[in-house]
Design a protein around this ligand. Structure first.
Ligand code: PNS
Length: 174
């Protein structure tokens, strides 16, 4: 793991560069995984923050989502997966994370993402860095994956194998 000096630090003490990839991850897709893996090449530690949304019942529980993300990011070696509730900027402040990394799939994502990025920097100064999504995944979302899987469509090229298996088990149970 490389240690780099943080521009905000005046002492000579090296600090870890941290970033967060937030989302609902219900479930994680190859599009999410691509962004997390690219962030993991740029930062010492990438925190994957799984949002707890009590008003929206997901297909997978938070614990199941975390277990799947851990299973598919374990080989990266510098990814830490945690649930969070409340403001993302508070999650960042508590862990001294200065940057949020988000994938941008298309122009349609930009409008809302820009609003959130501007709100977040205004709240606590946390920066947002946008990474262009791999064009192979520009149409991909967890919702579409669930819908296609529900009707028996092939999603094996869109999600990692553990997610494919978990999805078919979950849908069989329903
Ligand atoms: O995968 P999603 O559902 O598109 O992720 C959205 C998420 C979790 C990144 C966003 O809703 C978020 O950051 N929520 C945390 C609450 C918060 O900080 N809201 C203010 C945003 S400016």
């Amino acid at each position: 793991m490389s240690l780099t000096r943080n521009a905000r630090t005046t002492s000579e003490e090296p600090v870890l560069r941290r970033a967060v990839c937030p989302g609902s991850f219900d479930p994680i897709t190859n599009g999410h995984l691509d962004i997390i893996a690219r962030a993991a090449r740029l930062y010492d530690t990438v925190h994957v923050a799984v949002m707890i949304n009590k008003s929206k019942k997901g297909l997978f529980t938070i614990e199941e989502r975390i277990a799947l993300i851990e299973a598919v990011t374990g080989d990266l070696g510098n990814v830490k997966v945690e649930a969070f509730h409340g403001l993302l900027v508070d999650f960042c402040k508590q862990r001294d994370i200065p940057a949020i990394v988000k994938g941008l799939r298309a122009v349609s994502d930009f409008d809302y993402e820009l609003q959130m990025a501007q709100m977040n920097i205004g709240l606590t100064g946390v920066e947002t860095l946008f990474v262009p999504t791999n064009p192979a995944y520009s149409f991909l979302s967890s919702s579409l994956v669930k819908e296609v899987a529900q009707w028996g469509g092939d999603i094996s090229h869109l999600v990692p194998p553990p997610v494919l298996e978990a999805l078919s088990t979950k849908l069989r149970q329903q």
